[in-house]
Write a protein that binds this ligand. Structure first.
Ligand SMILES: [Zn+2]
Length: 259
């Protein structure tokens, strides 16, 4: 099953720039990323959460990381480990030099579903180091040095209240709030901004007033990043019964879409 009903931006880029199969790539920790990356199988290199790469595109290090992803037990059974997915993606970048690469990470979502806000924060700090590693790798590697744009974003937000911050789905206010950060040549000088749409309970994507009338406002100095700007999410550590020990099957699966 594919989530993308229409041609995606990755498919468009491959076609528009006349790129090869391996020059556009998606590598991630969750099969859902693969099913959302393209409207058809084989549109370009797509790698599910526990799949190997084709031998001609792989390396011994990638094969080792793939083996570890298969055997390391994860919080959600359809997920794999972000550290390993990131290393696979980085090795892929260095070996195959793709023009467009989507790296899909997911463990902040896993820990949030488990209501482990403490581990969400720990994970986000580590995710920052992966971003730094990626950017520094790009700046140390031809042909990427000085001519590559890094886009960081999320596919959804989360609920805004202590009752629903762990979830995201239709009807949960807050999961329509996303962020996007762009760094690279030609993107400097825009600073930081925030769209603060007026939302109402029960609205769905397409109904949202922000879709027709976006409002941009500067972010006040000193404000926390989008990933940590939810004071109502600063919950105390969950009791032990809601942590890893309760089992992945009891937890909700990731939602495929948000309002
Ligand atoms: Zn989720």
């Amino acid at each position: 099953m594919r989530y993308a009903e229409n041609r995606t931006v990755l498919e468009y880029a491959r076609e528009k720039l006349d790129l090869g199969y391996a020059e556009v790539a998606q590598i991630g920790s969750w099969d859902g990323f693969k099913y959302a990356a393209a409207s058809r199988d084989g549109a370009f290199l797509m790698n599910g959460g526990r799949e190997a790469l084709p031998a001609e595109l792989s390396t011994p290090d990638i094969d080792r990381y793939v083996d570890l992803r298969r055997v390391i037990q994860q919080l959600l059974e359809e997920s794999s480990n972000d550290v390993l997915s990131f290393r696979i993606a980085k090795e892929y970048l260095l070996k195959n030099k793709p023009r467009l690469l989507w790296i899909g990470l997911g463990q902040s979502d896993d820990w949030a579903h488990a209501r482990r806000y403490d581990l969400v924060l720990d994970y986000l700090h580590y995710a920052d180091t992966m971003l730094a590693d990626l950017w520094n790798t790009l700046q140390a590697t031809e042909p990427y040095r000085g001519r590559t744009t890094l886009i960081v974003t999320t596919d959804h937000g989360r609920g805004r209240t202590p009752a629903d911050w762990a979830e995201h789905d239709y009807g949960i206010q807050g999961c329509q709030d996303i962020f996007i950060a762009v760094i690279g040549p030609g993107h400097a000088g825009h600073g930081r901004g925030a769209e603060r749409p007026r939302s109402a309970p029960g609205r769905r994507r397409g109904d949202h007033p922000a879709a027709a009338r976006p409002r941009l406002a500067p972010v006040p100095p000193g404000r926390a990043s989008a990933a940590t700007a939810r004071p109502d999410c600063a919950l105390k550590r969950a009791p032990a019964t809601s942590s890893r020990a309760s089992g992945a099957r009891a937890r909700p699966r990731r939602a495929a879409a948000c309002p």
